[in-house]
Design a protein around this ligand. Sequence first.
Ligand code: PGA
Length: 250
Amino acid sequence: MRPKLVVGNWKMNGSRANNATLLAGIVEGLGQGNGKASAAVCVPAPYLHQCADALAGAPLAWGAQDVSVHASGAYTGEVAAAMLADFGCRYVIVGHSERRAYHGESDELVAQKALAALNAGLTPIVCVGETLAQREAEQTNAVVGKQMAAVLELLDEGMVERIVVAYEPVWAIGTGKTATPAMAQEVHAQLRSQLRARSAAAADKVAILYGGSMKPDNAVELLAQADIDGGLIGGAALKAADFLAIIQAA
Ligand code: PGA
């Protein structure tokens, strides 16, 4: 059985003071539990240093929310994967729907970001998901399949084994609307078979997280699905008690 993974996506939220309280609360709660789920937080880049300091030795990994496809050089405003690794990141989210929507990130660019992360020794959390219009037009499988295919085409087999995938239906993000466990499982199973067609080892190893209004009160049912290996948590990751409750559920 794949170990469960719960990742908080702080998005563009936080301040040094609030982060200190939140991180301390999460670490304290993790210390009390004896759960087997792994946990991480993906924070805005300026706070990576704070995570490296506050989380050294703690059972909570950290990461970033985006990465450049370039290694270094004249790319004003960008952050290289090696820089994230330098700050002790284990994870980086790539292709979140907010970046696809507001920054025009294509499936191919997202795949290149995953490659850049892997080359620096990071684990990319590759986000895929359909909009409401696409779901209503019964395009979910095609859209998600194409997003995933771009990544599977670019990475070699050994690299595919090292990614994490997050299925996040866009209509469920920050809306309070969650995919039903059956709806999510259907897409997760499709992603798993797509991985299997590329590499059986990867299909068995790769964690496929669900994201989109996952909360303490719906986490147990979602996480009980055969192909849901954890969660990518937005709003509920900003409250230590809620985030801990989801980790506990996992
Ligand atoms: P949400 O966000 O949990 O607030 O819906 C999830 C995400 O966007 O990663």
